[in-house]
Design a protein around this ligand. Structure first.
Ligand SMILES: [Zn+2]
Length: 320
């Protein structure tokens, strides 16, 4: 099933597809998903790189960062058959209390790939050292290459103010790539994008120099279990390193189902009061029922989407 969002503008197309398929041969039926995608995206020549659907790439500093901030959003796109890729700029080789180096990097790469597999997205871990990320030209070029190769319509990254230097520099690096992805004379081994993607920040709670602004808030109740499933794959982090660092290691149950319940209890994904206006804007009366959401801020770099374009790039909202 490619489009199973009941309330999106696609539901009508879905109904058309359903009734048509009952009267046509299986060969025609096989073409219908392609036709639906084409119908949708031929209407979006200004925003999408091509007719294959919305293509999303997210950058985090560590293998689990994107999952925490956008795992639900990624699962929603994946459910619709759209392509999502998470990229960790470092290999995570410093994120543990009792192991490190290549052994830890290999473990975390395997965890990230399992996390991606569980929600149906790609996950790539770059081999830069954890705790040592700097906004160098080399890493900027790695990011430009990844965005172009993915033919991204949406690029997600942290804001450049955060407690962790790797997170800060991930924000700076993606900002630095935001215009350059369109410049053909740079990183000449991959063709430049003709359409600049929309660049979004993940949510954070830092307030200086300015607080996060929740421009787009997406309900993730329908995929919340999948998000937890994704986080559960990062065993070295969610059950070992992070609880150890926060003095909670003794609380973590040993048994897999019990520790997953514990993990769920630790998640701060409830809707914050300041996200409510955006939820109400996009979901109307349904907003009151939403329990879990993810919020994003539109950066000043890259394409500046109109509200109409936002509704097409995020085909999850009820029709007005
Ligand atoms: Zn991190």
């Amino acid at each position: 099933m490619i489009f199973d969002i009941e309330h999106s503008g696609l539901s009508h197309i879905n109904q058309v597809r359903g009734s048509a398929s009952r009267t046509r041969s299986s060969i025609h039926y096989g073409l219908m998903p392609w036709l639906v995608v084409t119908l949708l995206f031929s209407a979006l020549p200004v925003i999408a790189q091509d007719a294959s659907g919305v293509r999303v790439i997210a950058f985090g500093a560590h293998p689990d960062d994107c999952d925490l901030r956008a795992g639900g959003l990624a699962a929603k796109y994946a459910k619709m058959g759209f392509k999502v890729k998470f990229v960790s700029l470092t290999n995570g080789d410093a994120g543990h209390q009792s192991m490190g180096g290549g052994q830890l990097a290999m473990r975390r790469r395997a965890e990230a790939q399992e996390a991606g597999r569980r929600i149906g997205i790609e996950y790539e871990v770059l081999d830069n050292h954890d705790g040592e990320l700097l906004p160098t030209l080399l890493v900027r070029e790695q990011i430009i290459r990844k965005i172009r190769e993915w033919r991204a319509d949406i690029v997600l990254a942290p804001r450049p103010n955060d407690y962790h230097p790797d997170h800060r520099y991930t924000g700076v690096l993606v900002q630095d790539a935001a215009f350059m992805v369109t410049v053909p004379n740079l990183v000449t081994d991959v063709p430049a994008l003709r359409k600049n993607p929309v660049f979004l920040y993940f949510f954070d709670n830092f307030t200086r120099p300015q607080p996060f602004r929740p421009d787009i808030v997406v309900a993730i109740d329908d995929v919340y279990d999948k998000k937890i499933d994704m986080l559960d794959a990062h065993v070295s982090q969610v059950y070992e390193w992070l609880p150890w660092h926060d003095g909670l290691l003794a609380q973590v149950p040993k048994e897999p189902a019990a520790r997953k319940r514990w993990l769920t209890s630790q998640q701060p994904d409830n809707v914050l009061p300041e996200w409510r206006p955006a939820l109400e804007k996009y979901y109307g009366r349904e907003a009151a029922r939403i329990q879990h959401a993810e919020a994003f801020e539109i950066t000043e770099y890259g394409s500046q989407p109109s509200e109409e374009v936002i509704r097409k790039l995020f085909p999850f909202f009820p029709t007005r």
